[in-house]
Design a protein around this ligand. Structure first.
Ligand code: ARG
Length: 476
């Protein structure tokens, strides 16, 4: 009964079901390395401030380094008897170096300790996610420049709307992922604050130096209120919100790949390495991976709603409810990492059926707006031009042909404003090239967007290398 680190106040041992129910070690063991990293900084500060002797600090540091080595080699055995990662490690420490290990927790509570661990962990994962999105973004830019002359129908309501460059379509996703990287980078400043030193709730009686610990751990600053420090989980909500938006973007891209690789579209062929077969139908090649990416968005949204619900109306400060912040966040990281790691090579290896895209862009009256614009240039109000072309489209549908297949006199029966020069406006290429407005699909516009995106890409790369030294999972 006396083996629990907090057993002093208790006269009975824990009910056997409570131990299992209360423990978080099954999932918080992923925090082992950052927990030790935090403890090493804490104990060094206790030494620097004269709270522990240098000999005590040296013994604790050495013990922690040994445990860290074991963690990295996967040699640690964690037990639910010691509930969570913090107490498991403290127990290992005292087993390793004796009662002096018990001095590590001076001036610290598990409440500020777990907050510190989560900050260190999310900080590292934030950078890793930016890096993965950056890679995916790079693949999109590469495909966009390689496919610069490929034209496909752009869709609204999943009906052919206007022809666009494939590069333009892909760069729309690059823009989404840029915003995602920017969101993560912005959230980093709120993640990169140190809660350690808040104690259980109100601070500590020991003359600690919070700024020193924060700086040693690479934080930009400290929480200015100990009660907020131990109970704040906003940064996790923010992380889950950003993750949800990323999943929205990935699911939209996945959906397009699923549609495009169907026989109905036949716009792309996904590489065999990223598809699977059917157990019954020998002819099948299924886009399981994009489907899974699309499907996995649900669990990430669920984790966001889950944590919002956990936090709602929770009184200050630490409540055990907060232990529920972890599994959803960890699962989100695994999910997102997996999706991003797969989406990049799927896009990189997909074969584009440019001919089929082009054929499809030439059908479906994707040039109708251009004919209306032509009439507007000749003085007809747009609303009337729209009406005229609408009637021409109806005529063509009945005749089973395209607008450009109408003879000049056929056209002039609808509007005398139409002249011989109309035909030079209706080809796919011309329709695309006519959209030279900023952010449009004409080649010069797409190329200029592409080069702006490359610059952005370089800036983000610089950010990653700037923060990486603090976030690589090694002891500073
Ligand atoms: N395992 C706990 C958690 O994840 C650590 C903090 C426990 N603090 C406490 N006062 N029980 O939230």
């Amino acid at each position: 009964m006396g083996s629990k680190l907090w057993s002093g106040r208790f006269t009975k041992s824990t009910h056997r079901w409570v131990e299992e129910f209360n423990a978080s070690i099954a999932f918080d063991q992923v925090l082992a390395e950052v927990d030790i990293q935090g403890s090493l900084a804490h104990v060094a500060m206790l030494g620097k401030c004269g709270i522990l002797s240098s000999d005590e600090v040296a013994q604790i540091e050495q013990g922690l380094e040994q445990i860290l080595a074991k963690v990295r080699e996967g040699r640690c055995v964690f037990t639910i008897e010691h509930e969570d990662i913090h107490m498991n490690i403290e127990k290992m420490l005292t087993d390793e170096i004796g009662p002096v290990g018990g001095k590590l927790h001076t001036g610290r509570s598990r409440n500020d300790q777990v907050a510190l661990d989560m900050h260190l962990y999310i900080r590292m994962q934030t950078v890793e996610l930016v890096r993965l999105i950056h890679e995916l973004h790079g693949v999109l830019l590469k495909q966009a420049s390689q496919q610069i002359d490929v034209i496909l129908p752009g869709y609204t309501h999943l009906q052919r709307a206007q022809p666009v460059r494939l590069s333009h379509h892909l760069l729309a996703y690059a823009s989404m992922f840029e915003r995602d990287m920017e969101r993560l980078i912005d959230s980093y400043k709120r993640v990169n604050l140190c809660p350690l030193g808040a104690g259980a709730i109100a601070g500590t009686t020991f003359p600690i130096d919070r700024e020193w610990v924060a700086e040693r751990l690479g934080f930009d600053g400290i929480y200015d209120n100990s009660m907020d420090a131990v109970s704040d989980r906003d940064y996790l909500l923010e992380f889950l919100s950003i993750a949800s938006i990323i999943m929205v973007h990935l699911s939209r891209l996945a959906e397009e790949l699923i549609l495009w690789s169907s026989d109905e579209f036949n716009f792309v062929e996904l590489d065999d390495a990223f598809c699977t077969g059917s157990s019954m139908m020998p002819q099948k090649k299924n886009p399981d991976i994009p489907e899974l990416i699309r499907g996995k968005s649900g669990r990430v949204f669920g984790h966001l709603i889950g944590l919002l619900t956990t936090l709602k109306a929770l009184p200050l400060t630490y409540n055990k409810d907060l232990q529920e912040d972890k599994e959803g966040v960890f699962d989100t990281i695994t999910t997102l990492t997996g999706c991003l790691k797969l989406m990049a090579p799927i896009l990189e290896t997909m074969k584009v059926n440019a001919q089929r895209m082009r054929q499809s862009a030439e059908q479906g009256f994707a040039n109708a707006t251009d004919l209306a614009d032509y009439l507007v240039e000749r003085g007809l109000p747009f609303r009337q031009a729209h009406e005229v072309v609408g009637r021409m489209v109806l005529h063509c549908i009945r005749e089973g042909k395209g607008l450009a297949d109408c003879t000049l006199s056929e056209c002039q029966a609808f509007s005398p404003l139409i002249g011989e020069d109309v035909y030079a406006r209706l080809g796919c290429e011309q329709v695309v090239e006519a959209r030279r407005s900023a952010g449009g699909t004409a080649k010069e516009q797409v190329l200029s967007t592409l080069s702006q995106k490359k610059e952005k890409c370089d800036k983000i790369n610089q950010w990653i290398s700037g923060v990486w030294k603090f976030t690589a999972s090694k002891t500073p």
